[in-house]
Design a protein around this ligand. Structure first.
Ligand code: HEM
Length: 389
């Protein structure tokens, strides 16, 4: 039942799609090339998007959005935000993550039913990132509304949209985006006046070469953390439970040997890659696989299919936490490698350990439907009812 596999794997590793105007890249070695060469494969995809499909600068700005920035600016910004978001900051969260997991599971037990996403996989990472940033976690219904408005779209990724389609798409995302910006700007401004012991204050205060981050960049980075900090980790938790349900022998193994939990998490990231694709643009003509790609083309780099490339992974459609090493691309690779990976791994490890303690078997409820997120770029469930026991 490999219904969660994204994209075709037979056929060429690099393929131009005339209908959308995009170059799809599916293969592992080809992705390694792309992610290792930001000078040729730029993260700034707006530069090759037809101008008529883009909102005007005063309507919308991705200024300081770290995932869209190339070297040398990227290095400076990355250094600055890393100084606020350190490994120690993440490691110190361990007891709080365990406490929250127990609280959420206790509340679900009192309600007498258990649906993994609503009861644990969604609230846990959101509360953690909200507490870390220093915004009230009680506002999380708002965060969910914004995140759903921005991500839960099944619109096809295409450069050949009509201007009307693109306008409609843009207008639908502007409302959640603007609300989220205003919300975080208000909190950031407050921290400038009264710093506290939270990440937002550290971002406002952080300096590289004597310079602080401008306000709009603090806000854009906080938006990225709030979004990246929860949606993907929600998917990671749901996917991991789904994998252990589909491969019960692996569930037995990890129950018997909890030290293999980190390997289970890594294999889950390979097997059901939460963030399925990354966008890049070519800055010059280049060879990739058997294709010659002209300059100024938009590429869709499929992490999900690269993670199942048989040239890199033996038996790629087998969920096998025993893979060692497991060089999956679930967190990307190279200079943009996921800054939140230590946090996502920590949350995954603690939540899975506690779920295994509290559930004698982790099984999806055959009476109830599992629902996947309707988006081409995300692999994950938004509803996963489990059998109590
Ligand atoms: C970057 C995936 C969790 C913050 C990335 C990238 C991927 C990714 C694939 C690379 C983007 C690119 O190369 O264009 C994931 C997955 C997660 C996860 C699968 C969970 C399972 C988190 C968390 C946070 C976070 C919890 C923060 C709290 C970031 C940031 C970047 C990033 C700030 C940009 C880094 C840069 O551009 O230098 N993530 N992420 N992520 N992630 Fe994550």
């Amino acid at each position: 039942q490999l219904f969660w596999l994204h994209g075709p794997r037979s056929g060429p590793a690099v393929e131009y799609e005339a209908r959308t105007g995009l170059w799809n890249v599916y293969g592992y070695p080809e992705l390694i090339e792309i992610l290792g060469d930001p000078a040729t494969f730029s993260s700034d995809t707006m530069r090759v998007t037809p101008k008529e499909l883009l909102p005007s600068e005063d309507e919308f700005s991705l200024q300081g959005f770290i995932t869209q920035i190339d070297p040398p600016e990227h290095g400076r910004l990355r250094k600055l935000v890393s100084s606020a978001f350190t490994r120690k900051v993440v490691a110190d969260l361990e007891p709080r993550i365990a406490e929250l997991t127990h609280e959420l599971l206790d509340a679900a037990r009192e309600r007498g039913r258990f649906e993994l996403v609503t009861d644990l996989a969604y609230p846990l990472p959101v509360i953690v990132i909200a507490e870390l940033l220093g915004v009230p976690s009680s506002d999380r219904a708002l965060f969910k509304e914004w995140a759903d408005g921005l991500f839960e779209r099944d619109a096809e990724i295409s450069l050949k949209q009509s201007v009307e389609q693109s306008k409609a798409e843009f207008e639908a995302t502007m409302k959640p985006w603007n609300e989220m910006s205003a919300y975080l700007a208000a909190h950031a401004a407050e921290r400038r006046r009264h710093p506290r012991a939270d990440l937002l204050s550290r971002l406002v205060e952080a300096k590289v070469d004597g310079e602080r981050l401008p306000d709009d960049q603090v806000v854009n980075f906080a938006i990225l953390l709030l979004l990246a900090g929860h949606i993907t980790t929600t998917m990671l938790l749901g996917n991991t439970v789904l994998c252990l349900d589909a491969f019960p022998e692996q569930q037995d193994k990890v129950r018997a040997d909890r030290s293999s939990i980190p390997a289970v998490i890594e294999e889950s990231l390979r097997f059901m890659t939460p963030f399925a694709l990354l966008g890049r643009s070519t800055t010059r003509e280049t060879r990739l696989g058997d294709a010659t790609i002209p300059a100024d083309q938009m590429l869709v780099a499929w992490l999900s299919t690269a993670n199942r490339d048989p040239r890199q992974f033996a038996d790629p459609d087998l969920f096998d936490p025993g893979r060692d090493p497991n060089p999956h691309l679930g967190f990307g690779r190279g200079i943009h490698f996921c800054l939140g990976a230590p946090l996502a791994r920590l949350e995954g490890r603690i939540a899975l350990d506690i779920l295994l303690d509290r559930f004698a078997t982790l099984r999806t409820d055959p009476e109830e439907a599992v629902q996947f997120i309707p988006s081409p770029s995300l692999t994950g469930v938004r509803r996963l009812p489990l059998i109590q026991g």
